[in-house]
Each structure stands twice: as C-alpha cells, then as structure tokens.
Write a protein of this length. Structure first.
Length: 318
C-alpha cells in the first residue's frame, strides 16, 4: 500500500534510541549493499531498505507480519527508510531467504571495523543457547505431570566480546550440541586479522590445552582455568594448564562481562528465535548481533558526549 512520507520528523523521534539504531543501520548497509541484487530486479525496494527492516525485525523479535504492522503504524520509520510503499511481509521473508550468511558476516565485520577506536586489548569468549520455538510453560508442566520428558531444540551461539566496550567482535552459530573447544578454534579463525592484532589476552571458561595452543597461534595469551581444580599439578596435562593451576591471573575476574552481553541480547530481543530452519536461524542470530553492536556503540557515544559536557561544566565552575 502507498504511504505518505512525513516532511519533517519531530525532535523527540530523532532523540529516541530506536531512531538512532535504524539510522546507523541504514548508513552502514548503504555502504555495503548495492541498491539492487540484479539488473532484472523490479527496483521497487532497495536492498538496504529491506535489510534494515529485517534487522529491526530480528532485534524486536516479532514475526514478518508484525514488523509490517509496526511500519504501517509508525510514519517516522517509513520516512527514515524513504519508503513510498510499505512492502508485503512475504517480500521481507523472501529477501531473508535470498541473502547469504556470508553477506551478513560481511556487514558484521564492516560494523566492527568502523569502531576499532573504541576497542581495548582483552577479549572474552563464551557460548549461550537460544530456544528454537516459543513454547507454553503450562504445556511443559502437564508433560512433567504425566512423567514425559520435555525435549527442546536450541541453537548455540558462541561470541567473542571486547572487555572494554562490550562490542561483539566475532560469532559462530551451531544448530544443536557442540563442545566449546571446537567453537573456540572456529571463532578465532573467522575473526579479521586487523581486529585480532589489537588484542593481547583472550579469557574463556574451563577448557583443554588445545585452546591455549590455538590462542598462541593467533598471537594471544589465553587465560583459561583447568576443569578439575582438585587434581594435583603433576597429574595435569599440558604446560599451559599447569601454569593456570599454579597461578590464575586476576584478569580472569573480568570473564562475567561476557555474560552481561548475553543477558543484554536476550533481554532486548528475546531468548528464543522464530526461525525453525537452521540456515534462517543462523541468519536471525547474526542480525540480532549486528543490531546489538550498533545499539551498543550509540550508547557508548552518548556516554562519552555526556562525560565531556560534565567535565567542561565542572571546569567552568572551578
């Protein structure tokens, strides 16, 4: 359906975090994505417009129909996206199927590289799970009452986080169970070399000797404690694991920061994903992570601006 674009947006809309998130996502996607995927495309909607709608859908964790309902009732978003016609929900759905995970990863890396100045020198790694379907707790209770097992599928997401800014540096998604040590290797190999060179430490949960070797290969010192703390040192295999057992550095106390990032994503965009197909589930989590990074950078920039104003005002009073 056609839609009337607002000539001027109100100030309270421009100050909102939602407006800033979509504006930043639109600016980034314009640089990365070509307007159209083919010379034979209908040229009704540009790729970056559909990508931002898809990003917004993943972040607010609504269905394809619901995100179109939100657009229909929000003229400010329509104006910001420069849409003269609101797309049908199947247009967004087909666009999600058409784009590849490689493209989403490419956009993610571009976002991270544009904020290298905010990063520190310590990275944290951890995994979390997203349930695949939104289930009824009453249904689970009734199953338990009848002595039946409640089986739920989940998607495991492994993320690497910057300790200073809490920006996600790399991620990997796996459908089903997989050991953290295997994900450790995969995530570091997927990271851009420019990003890895900025860091000196990587902190993770209890793991094997192989993780220390992989970290050294990438020029990083791993702080990973031994799983069995009660075993004596002479029975612990590996020089790196023995070193961790003799003295665990104080930097390991910063590891819970990565749990804060998991919590922030799940509180804002839900602890479950709507996609049932593994490929689409992977894309949905990738879009959630891109949206989180953009939102996090907006919050950091606002905090820096407020800090500068505060310091300037205190100097004037003195």
């Amino acid at each position: 359906m056609t839609y009337r674009i607002m000539k001027r947006l109100p100030k309270f809309v421009k100050k909102s975090l939602e407006y800033k998130l979509i504006k930043q996502a639109l600016t980034t996607s314009k640089r990365v994505l070509p307007p159209y995927s083919s010379k034979f495309s209908k040229r009704k909607y540009k790729q970056y417009q559909l990508f931002v709608i898809l990003l917004y859908k993943a972040w607010v964790n609504v269905s394809y129909r619901d995100v179109i309902e939100i657009l229909s009732s929000n003229p400010a978003l329509v104006t910001l996206l420069s849409l003269s016609d609101i797309p049908h929900f199947t247009t967004i759905q087909k666009f999600c199927k058409r784009i590849s995970m490689k493209l989403i990863t490419f956009v993610f890396n571009k976002v991270v590289k544009s904020f290298l100045g905010l990063l520190g020198n310590i990275m944290l790694i951890d995994s979390t799970g997203f349930s695949v379907n939104y289930h009824s707790f009453y249904h689970d209770k009734r199953l338990k009452d009848f002595g039946r097992k409640v089986r739920r599928k989940y998607v495991k997401a492994t993320i690497v986080v910057d300790e200073k800014s809490q920006i996600i540096l790399a991620f990997d998604v796996h459908f089903g169970e997989i050991h953290d040590s295997k994900e450790f290797k995969k995530v570091l190999e997927n990271m851009d070399r420019k990003i890895i060179n900025k860091f000196r430490l990587i902190i993770g949960d209890k793991g094997s000797e192989e993780n220390h070797v992989i970290a050294k290969r990438h020029g990083l010192l791993a702080i990973i404690p031994v799983r069995n703390e009660d075993a004596p040192i002479y029975r612990t295999k590996g020089e790196n694991r023995k070193r961790m057992k003799r003295h665990l550095p104080d930097e390991y106390k910063r590891r819970p920061i990565v749990e804060t990032v998991h919590s922030a994503i799940k509180r804002k965009s839900g602890s479950f994903i709507r996609s049932k197909i593994p490929e689409l589930a992977e894309k949905e989590i990738g879009l959630k992570i891109i949206a989180y990074n953009i939102r996090r950078v907006i919050i950091l920039n606002n905090s820096i601006f407020i800090l500068i104003i505060y310091r300037f005002s205190t100097e004037l009073t003195l």
